[in-house]
Write a protein that binds this ligand. Structure first.
Ligand code: R5P
Length: 297
């Protein structure tokens, strides 16, 4: 207990300097509470304003898909190069060491498999689990135009309500059914509905025509989904265009972990996202790192 008689008189009040009031760096997020913003700042790098999320949650409806057969062997070595891991609680608890200090985005919707109607999801992980597991955001699939459109939207709004109570953001993942038109009007519709109903950020696909109108009409950050595996240069070009056209980063899975050299690919994606590297330069980096890794084997 300090002795009251020995307290020095405070002098440094800087009465001529206005108190610092910083705006928050992320689009549409300035009115959120401190905990929400702090979690978002662990997902999105405050310097670049962008994120490289590594999506490895495919097993929740697909089982051990190519590249994710052994997460301990194939994926953990990539984790240091990602800003965030997007995964299920099963993989987090069983495989990711608790000493891993980067942010976690937890998959919280589920309940279906590739053998059945995918849009028929429910909330599969309670809010207490997200708190217990120290998640920085909760990911919910939203099937706009799908058979269970309403149910999936309500899954999302329930997580937004619960997450808001505890300061945990909700990521809406827009799922596009096989028979849906992947055009700009669809993506504007899907992302805007999610934002209007409270999602804190949204994952959606890149499209060549008009993607900038998807990002500009969405009041919260958009991260680009990777989609099926394409050649590395094409994937880097897609990521480059997405961020140049307003995306706040990427949430990529197969285009990283199914690459010939996943560890080189995730670093090349990082260069495009955080350093605005051109796809050609990033592809050169990919090849250099790939060759270095091959020589080291
Ligand atoms: C479903 O849509 C999931 O979120 C995926 O499991 C995953 O995030 C997809 O990532 P990618 O399409 O880049 O493999």
């Amino acid at each position: 207990m300090p002795d009251v008689n020995e307290i020095k008189e405070a002098k440094k009040f800087h009465t001529d300097v206005p108190y610092k009031t910083e705006g928050f760096f992320l689009k549409g997020s300035n009115s959120l509470d401190w905990g929400m913003k702090n979690r978002l700042a662990r997902i999105f790098n405050p310097k670049s304003g962008r994120t490289v999320m590594l999506a490895i949650d495919h097993g929740y409806f697909q089982g051990p898909t190519t590249g994710l057969e052994r997460i301990d062997i194939n994926i953990l070595p990539l984790a240091p190069y990602a800003d965030t891991l997007m995964l299920t609680r099963g993989i987090l608890r069983s495989t990711v060491p608790p000493s891993f200090t980067k942010s976690i985005v937890l998959r919280v919707s589920g309940g279906t498999s590739i053998l059945k109607e995918l849009s028929n999801e429910a909330i599969a992980v309670g809010i207490e689990e997200s708190i217990r597991l120290n998640a920085c955001a909760m990911a919910v699939q939203v099937f706009i135009g799908g058979e269970y459109e309403k149910e999936s939207i309500i899954n999302m709004t329930r997580m937004v309500d619960m997450g808001t109570r505890y300061g945990i953001p909700t990521l809406a993942v827009t799922a596009v059914g096989r028979n849906m038109n992947r055009d700009v009007r669809y993506f504007r519709l899907a992302t805007r509905i999610c934002a209007e109903l409270g999602a804190h950020y949204i994952k959606t696909y890149y499209i060549e025509d008009g993607f900038e109108t998807v990002t500009s009409s969405c009041p919260v950050p958009i991260v680009m989904a990777g989609g099926k595996k394409i050649p590395e240069l094409d994937a880097l070009t897609m990521a480059y265009r997405a961020v140049q056209e307003g995306a706040s980063g990427v949430d990529m899975g197969r285009n990283i972990f199914q690459s010939e050299s996943p560890i080189a690919m995730i670093q090349a994606v990082g260069a495009v996202v955080h350093d605005n590297e051109t796809p050609e330069k990033a592809f050169e980096l990919y090849n250099t790192l790939k060759n270095r890794n091959t020589l080291a084997l």
